[in-house]
Design a protein around this ligand. Sequence first.
Ligand SMILES: Nc1nc2c(c(=O)[nH]1)N[C@H]1C(S)=C(S)[C@@H](COP(=O)(O)O)O[C@H]1N2
Ligand SMILES: [Mo]
Length: 316
Amino acid sequence: PGSPAAPVPAGAGLRIAGVSPFLTPNGSFYRVDTALVVPKVDATTWRLRIHGRGVTRPVSLSFDDLLRRELVERNITLTCVSNEVGGPYTGNARWTGVRLADLLAECGVVPPSRGGPADQLVSRSVDGMTIGTPVEDVMDGRDALLALGMNGEPLPFDHGFPVRMVVPGLYGFVSACKWIEEIELTTFAAYDPYWVRRGWARRAPVKTQSRIDTPKSFARPKTGTVMVAGVAWAQRRGIDKVEIRVDDGPWQEARLAAEDSRDTWRQWSFPWQATKGGHTLTVRATDRTGAVQTERRTKTVPDGASGWHSVVVTVE
Ligand SMILES: Nc1nc2c(c(=O)[nH]1)N[C@H]1C(S)=C(S)[C@@H](COP(=O)(O)O)O[C@H]1N2
Ligand SMILES: [Mo]
């Protein structure tokens, strides 16, 4: 990469047994898509077309065309809108790709805030998925990528080979088109993509969330110090605080691991002096806007689950 990712701070990974590693290995990265058979796209014949409203210079790019551009490498946490509170559909990877905003600008695309006629970017995959992303978000300076590498390897077939989109701060269903082959500039008024037609939101920024990775629910730890630990994420905003509550006790501050960037999740830990009996541990995060993760439980539909994650353990 011409623009490598900054080294991950030494303290970003806490090395506590049971905590999600800071970078999720490709083999254990969650997979969510509608493909019954994973597309196996031939990169030598693959092309990406960019066209539509306000595109004064439409293009059709080959894989080699992308490789000739400056490659950038960024750590970005990707989250699925269908992730329940405490669920597994979130992961953090080092993506390698090209800057989508630069490519769009070369095609003549201007964001709506500067008078551009398109407010929605619709990406289409070889398997017919359509995903709608705000043009403004893609062009506001964040690291929106057309990714072709994941954790130092070519993008795995399951994760969109040869090329997918990755946009920090937006749930995957409104940003992360795998096996992408077309980008059409249009408007939210003119077109509803796949999931929107099925009742999901048109716009879906990631909600501030936190998860207890260890201990697991129904664990039976011994009395004494039990390390409670997990991850918290609020892509684009960053995590400033994580707190733990034991049963109905006061909120107590957890120790935060070093932050890599506000677009990546952050590990945390809390040494709990566990006493005999049944206990409920609850976690909540505060993002850098000062907003405390809401207790209000919502379903995943239409724009992501909210609420606090709890685990119930029996201390022996
Ligand atoms: N072509 C295609 N791209 C897709 C999807 C899909 O079903 N088809 N699912 C989206 C959803 S809902 C999410 S959360 C992410 C998941 O990416 P991953 O499987 O690499 O974790 O991909 C997105 N891109
Ligand atoms: Mo998703």
